[in-house]
Each structure stands twice: as C-alpha cells, then as structure tokens.
Design a protein around this ligand. Structure first.
Ligand code: ATP
Ligand code: MG
Length: 197
C-alpha cells in the first residue's frame, strides 16, 4: 500500500493549537499514515519582522508534536537554508519518499496565494492540496484547478502565531493557545519579549 503522508509547512513561530487541530483533522479525514511538520528556513534578507532562529522554531515544533505517534518533524527546509519555496519542499520530500502519496495541508490564507506561486503545475504533480478553514479568511475554490485541491472544514481556532508573539511581548498568557511545552520553551528561551505590536 502507498503510504499517505500529510505535509504541513509553516514558519511555526511559534507552533500553536490551530496548526495541530488542522493537521489532526486532515489526518483523520484523509486516513493519513503520518503528518510531517516542516518549519521554513531562515529568510536571507531582513523582512518586515525578525523571524526566530530556525533551531528554536524546529524545537518548538518537536515539543508540540512529540506526544502524537503520527506527527513527525522534517528538517528539509531548515537544512536547505534560505527562504522556503513550497516547490522545493515537495521536490525534496518526493525524492526522499518516492513511493509516498503527499497531501500538502494549508490554511485558507495561504491557499489563496497558491495561484500566485511560481510553477503551480509542478506543485500539483507532487502533492494533492488540502485547504483548511481558518477564522477570518475566506476559503474559496474559485480559481483553483479542478481536482487538485480539496477544501476541508476544521474546528475554528482563532489563533495565529502573530497574536501569540504579541501576547508574550505584552506579558499576557498563551496557555491553551499553544501546547504547555511550547509555553515553557518560549519562556526558557526568552522568545518574543521584544516583539513590536
Ligand atoms: P503568522 O501569524 O506568523 O503568519 P500563522 O499563525 O499564520 O503565523 P504559519 O506558520 O504562518 O502560522 O502557518 C502555517 C500554516 O498553518 C499555513 O498554511 C496557515 O494557513 C495554517 N494555519 C495557521 N493558523 C491556522 C489556524 N488557526 N487554523 C487553520 N490553519 C492555520
Ligand atoms: Mg501565517
């Protein structure tokens, strides 16, 4: 039997329960054997915001997924270095697991950008795309190629990493928005304290 592998790419700065619920729900609906969380590499240039070191984002993702036997974390994007393009992520994963069937999981906000990605056709040859609902974003299939994307409704978690970072900067709690181990990791590593709102 072909293994069915979900791929959830993200900055995960920090990983939160919205990511985990989306992955869990898609794993159930698509009978996935495994979901691979793939933290992005560090951007070359300074963007509008400083992204936390890849190693911190990787470790938070490991901590958050450790208790689920079907969740794994991949270093492909971190080890490649530089900004992450989904085409590279999927090409690398396909090369490492040529017999697996890949399902790329993406929230409504990211999905709406798919069509603006370069080499869209190539993306669809590597993976089936699963677009999940996200509070505050419209999940429409208006311009998507037929059959390449499935839209899935997941429990609404109005959580974003941006909000988590702002909360930490303001000394407000992130308990229950992110896994307990991630709360403790953020505190131990003093992450997000200087985040500008
Ligand atoms: P930031 O605010 O820094 O952009 P984020 O919360 O959007 O962080 P990302 O790491 O950018 O998290 O997202 C990774 C993937 O998870 C994207 O496909 C995104 O759409 C999806 N996602 C993030 N939060 C949710 C959520 N609450 N519900 C469903 N999908 C989500
Ligand atoms: Mg985002």
């Amino acid at each position: 039997m072909q293994r069915r592998i979900g791929v959830m790419g993200g900055t995960f700065d920090p990983i939160h329960n919205g990511h985990l619920v989306a992955a869990s729900e898609v794993a159930d609906r698509f009978e996935l054997d495994e979901v691979l969380f793939v933290p992005t590499g560090e951007p070359w240039q300074k963007t509008e915001r400083r992204v936390s070191p890849a190693e911190d984002r990787y470790l938070m993702t490991v901590v958050a997924t450790a208790s689920n036997p079907r969740f794994q974390v991949s270093r492909v994007d971190i080890d490649r270095g530089g900004p992450t393009y989904t085409a590279d992520t999927l090409a690398d994963l396909h090369a490492a697991m040529p017999d697996a069937q890949l399902f790329f999981i993406t929230g409504a906000d990211a999905l709406s950008q798919i069509l603006s990605w370069r080499k869209v056709d190539e993306l669809f040859t590597y993976a089936h795309f699963v677009g999940v609902t996200r509070p505050g974003y419209e999940l429409g299939d208006d311009h998507l190629p037929e059959g390449a994307v499935t839209l899935v409704e997941v429990p609404a978690m109005a959580i974003s990493s941006t909000d988590c970072r702002e909360r930490v900067a303001q000394g407000r709690p992130v308990w229950y928005l992110v896994p307990d181990g991630v709360v403790q990791y953020i505190s131990k590593r003093h992450l997000y304290r200087d985040e500008k709102p």
